[in-house]
Design a protein around this ligand. Structure first.
Ligand code: HEM
Length: 485
């Protein structure tokens, strides 16, 4: 008797569940790709995949070179976008501005720009957009140049030491530049524990994302992971508090910057942000600014080290245009080849390889009506490696692709390392400037090589994209007669 009631109850529950989600199943049926196993979808394929190459593995699970495809993990349907046209529609639609909670929750912040939604996002975006205006970026040039010169000087100690992971040094450079440029917090971050803690925090976030049961606060707060996260976030939060305290002390002592850097905007009375909003923004800006630029820059160095012909052209341009002192904004625009190299790196190894969005009202993507609450994944990594868009040599590292005569043949929506539309990376101009200025300073004095082979590189996604083989390079003085640093 009890068993019969249970069976009937389960059937009713299941039918009701299916009925409520009928639009989701309808769109799933219409989309290309398999449904995977009943109930579990493609979950087992994802669990089995090689973590060190998880982006290419994801491309094997998700049907390739289609404009749109589906993938199920358990009862969650992800609609994956891989074509320039649909990518443009998605990024520019007001129905797709929301970051899904399952992707924002592990950051343990509520109010920061990359992860907040609705009214809070609009308000914060408006306040912080002032910090990325041309004049503010101009004012940051002395700090970037100063930190690059320090990096170049630090690199001297690596000569003759064989191969090392250049990411550690680049991370310190990016951290110091972000801290001083955005927050007036000028400290030595080479070998600082904060960088290790940021790294650890990132791994913990990914662990949480990979364990769906930890989405429930009840289980999460009783897990070992919660304790680990709390420990590794302690130092990060301590730095955030120090940044705020330093600013308040300076202000109390009569210091008024008169600038519109991030901390000026956050702490301005006009912005009217709460203490929690300010803390969350500073902490997430450290991730958004420092982490993304470090990963991108480390990839640029590795790819230049592997491709000697590219390195020779970079050095030729640097020698022609740079006097070894400071790069000005005007001068920077003349470095065409360095620009192509940075872009080609971001094409093959986009630091944010997947951008998730939640649909807030039924939304038309060509012939498909995507129902409210569906999660769309803008698969930047796959779009940037689509041979139908980029040609048969899509996997080759060819910076000349971005020369105007070649790039004009490519769909303008095919290259989106900074996403696009209203949620486009707020720091994209700053990031491009920073990456190029570091390259210019460094290659004035050094060259790099690596025993890694390009064909062996694999890309893994943690919070950002990482090259699994690490950024192993050795540094040599330039063979020419260069001045001592
Ligand atoms: C190579 C470096 C960088 C890459 C590849 C990158 C990429 C991206 C991408 C793809 C997004 C969009 C995410 C989405 O649509 O959900 C984004 C958003 C964002 N980025 Fe960047 N970024 C970089 C550097 C920076 C820097 C240096 C800063 C700050 C100084 C920054 C701050 C932000 C912020 C605040 C957002 C959220 C914008 C919003 O939701 O309104 N990024 N970034």
């Amino acid at each position: 008797m009890i068993l019969s009631i249970l069976v009937i109850f389960s059937i009713v529950f299941y039918l009701n569940y299916r009925w409520k989600r009928r639009k989701v199943y309808k769109i799933a049926d219409a989309l290309p790709g398999s449904n995977g196993y009943p109930i579990f979808g493609h979950m087992f394929s994802f669990l089995r995949m090689n973590y060190e190459d998880n982006l290419n593995e994801a491309m094997r699970i998700i049907p390739r070179n289609l404009p749109i495809a589906k993938v199920w993990t358990g009862n969650v349907l992800f609609v994956v976008i891989e074509s320039p046209e649909l990518s443009h529609q998605l990024l520019n639609s007001s129905s797709c501005l929301k970051i899904p909670f399952m992707f924002s929750r592990p950051f343990l912040a509520r109010y920061a720009l990359p992860i907040c939604n609705g009214e809070v996002w609009q308000r914060h975006r408006k306040i912080l957009s002032h910090s990325f205006k041309v004049q503010v970026l101009n004012d940051l040039m002395p700090t970037i140049n100063e930190k690059c010169q320090r990096f170049v000087a630090k690199m001297k100690s690596q000569i003759g030491c064989g191969e090392f992971n250049i990411l550690h040094h680049i991370a310190a450079l990016a951290m110091e530049t972000t801290m001083k440029g955005s927050f007036y917090y000028d400290k030595d971050f080479y070998g600082n524990k904060l960088i290790d803690d940021m790294d650890r925090a990132k791994i913990f976030m990914i662990k949480r994302m990979a364990r769906p049961w930890l989405n429930f606060e009840f289980f999460f707060q009783r897990s070992q992971l919660y304790q680990d996260i709390k420990k590794s976030f302690a130092l990060i939060h301590q730095h955030v508090d120090e940044i705020i305290k330093l600013y308040e002390t300076n202000r109390a002592n009569g210091f008024v910057s008169g600038k519109m850097n991030i901390i000026d905007q956050l702490m301005s009375e006009k912005s009217n942000l709460t203490k929690d909003e300010i803390r969350d923004e500073i902490y997430i800006f450290l991730f958004a600014g420092y982490e993304t630029s470090s990963m991108a820059l480390a990839a640029v160095f590795l790819l230049i080290a592997i491709h000697k012909d590219v390195q020779a052209k970079v050095i030729e341009e640097v020698d022609e245009l740079f006097d070894g002192e400071n790069v000005s904004m005007e001068n920077l625009s003349k470095f065409k080849y360095v620009d192509y190299v940075v872009k080609e790196t971001l094409r093959l190894f986009p630091t944010i390889p997947i951008v998730p969005r939640k649909v807030t009202e039924d939304f038309q993507l060509n012939e498909y009506t995507i129902p409210k609450d569906t999660i769309l994944l803008e698969f930047i990594y796959a779009l940037h490696r689509n041979p139908q868009v980029w040609g048969e040599d899509v996997l080759e590292f060819k910076p000349e692709r971005f020369a105007p005569e070649n790039y004009q043949k490519i769909d303008p929506n095919a290259f989106v390392p900074f996403a696009g539309g209203r949620r486009k990376c707020i720091g994209y101009k700053y990031a491009m400037n920073f990456l190029k200025i570091v390259v210019i300073h460094f290659f004035k004095y050094y060259e790099v090589s690596s025993s890694l082979k390009y064909k062996d590189l694999t890309a893994k996604m943690t919070v950002t994209l990482e090259i699994a083989q690490k950024y192993m390079v050795s540094v040599q003085h330039r063979k020419k007669n260069v001045p001592a640093i």
